[in-house]
Design a protein around this ligand. Structure first.
Ligand code: PLP
Length: 414
């Protein structure tokens, strides 16, 4: 019997679970407990069905064909853009660029806006809790241009120190790129305040929404961010697609990213003129099927209701935190003021990966290691953590199974 603190007319976790076929499988002979949602979420049947429907019903290349299948595929792809625009609260559909995901979105901005606007001696600010995807593209740019990467410090709880952030600005500061929700700690960063401060200094801001878009209501206009990036696969959609949002005036002024079909207006051997937004940044055949199914995922999340999901996930986080705090020798890493959906911890004298293996033997999927945030692990003086991250389909019962298995694993390893 599945129990949860949230069971009302609009949110029934048992009904939600019925829509995710993978949750019915066994792992090592045990019912799957999937707590690796920050890495990627599982997919509801409607998303899986949409992929099959596309390939068996209207597979065609988009924008160029005049036949029926091409028109149907193009319409569905462009509807995905409208849905993503509404989901993120963007003012214009041309501001929605489809990418491979968060990583490609950040690389696109670094290699276009960055190449055009960053010079020797300039400074770019990131935070101490960034994913490697929001560190390395800026390091590459800094190396190429002779610019400097500065890091906003965090306190021991895993909160950004805003006072220190303000002190980092100089006349050379050109860009800030920060994560909205930390994948390793679950900290929700005060991005609205960060953007306001940066804008007061005349500096643009990119928000890495890889972890936030699935949980929080995103309104890029209210946030006033200059760029926002996210990945479909963390929002119950397929892998290989995602969105870069950018303010229209910025996207229009930026140089192109990749060259090829679709991003051009006219090509001669002498020169090429480029297409209008958003196609200017969508060279080549895009990920049509996955982007169409991404729309289905966004509709699915909207129909369940993010507020319902948040209430449920907050309950799971509080319950898991309380259960874990009862375990001797366990230390939670990341006690930020505002957290969502992720609990990371270490255990005295036990290596995280040994715990991960023993939990897997009981059908429980957690993530162990540095979670692509090596500098954050260095800052917190841990080699890595064990991370449980929750989604709409998880339950308190699963947390009980997990904490019981965890205690048994610790006994075995001690
Ligand atoms: N940023 C954060 C905070 C993430 O959690 C991730 C993925 O885990 C990424 C960026 C990279 O996302 P993707 O691999 O989908 O490009």
């Amino acid at each position: 019997m599945i129990t949860t603190a949230v069971k009302d007319k609009t949110f029934d976790v048992a009904e939600i679970r019925e829509q995710f076929p993978i949750l019915h499988r066994l792992v090592k002979g045990k019912p799957l407990v999937y707590f690796d949602n920050a890495a990627t979420s599982q997919k509801p049947q409607v998303v899986i069905d949409k992929l099959v429907e596309y390939y068996s019903g209207f597979n065609a290349n988009i924008h160029r064909g005049i036949h029926t299948l091409a028109e149907e595929a193009t319409a569905a792809f462009e509807e995905a853009r409208d849905t993503a625009q509404r989901f993120l609260g963007a003012a214009h559909r041309e501001e929605i660029i489809f990418t491979k995901g968060t990583t490609e979105g950040i690389n696109l901005v670094a290699s276009t806006w960055g190449r055009q606007n960053i010079s020797a001696g300039d400074e770019i600010i990131i935070s101490a809790m960034e994913h490697h995807s929001n560190i390395v593209p800026w390091q590459i740019l800094c190396l190429e241009k002779g610019a400097t990467l500065k890091v906003i410090p965090i306190d021991d709880n895993g909160d950004i120190i805003l006072e220190e952030f303000k002190k980092l600005f100089t006349s050379k500061t050109k860009f800030v790129s920060v994560v909205h929700v930390s994948n390793s700690l679950g900290t929700v960063n005060p991005v609205k305040e960060i953007i306001r401060i940066a804008h007061d200094f005349g500096v643009l801001v990119l928000v890495d929404g890889a972890q936030s878009t699935v949980h929080l209501d995103i309104d890029v206009v209210a946030l006033d961010c200059d760029f926002f990036v996210c990945s479909s696969h963390k929002i119950y959609g397929p892998t290989g697609t995602g969105v870069l949002y950018g303010k229209r005036s910025l996207l229009e002024a930026m140089p192109v990213f990749q060259g090829g079909g679709e991003m051009i207006k006219e090509v001669t051997f002498a020169s090429t003129s480029y297409n209008d937004l958003p196609y200017k940044y969508e060279a080549g055949t895009p990920n049509i099927a996955d982007t169409i199914a991404f729309k289905t995922a966004l509709d699915f999340v909207a129909s369940v209701g993010k507020k319902n999901v948040r209430t449920h996930e907050n309950d799971l986080l509080a319950y898991a935190t309380a259960r874990l705090e009862e375990i001797a020798g366990l230390r939670i890493i990341g006690k930020g003021k505002d957290k969502i959906s992720v609990v990371s911890f270490v255990i005295d004298k036990v290596h995280p990966s040994d715990i991960g293996t023993l939990l897997d033997n009981r059908g429980i999927a957690v993530r162990t290691g540095n979670h692509c945030t090596q500098p954050l692990m260095d800052r917190l003086c841990v080699p890595g953590t064990i991370r449980a991250s929750f989604a709409m389909y998880n339950t308190r019962d699963e947390i009980d199974v997990f904490t019981t298995a965890l205690e048994k694993s610790i006994t075995l390893l001690s």
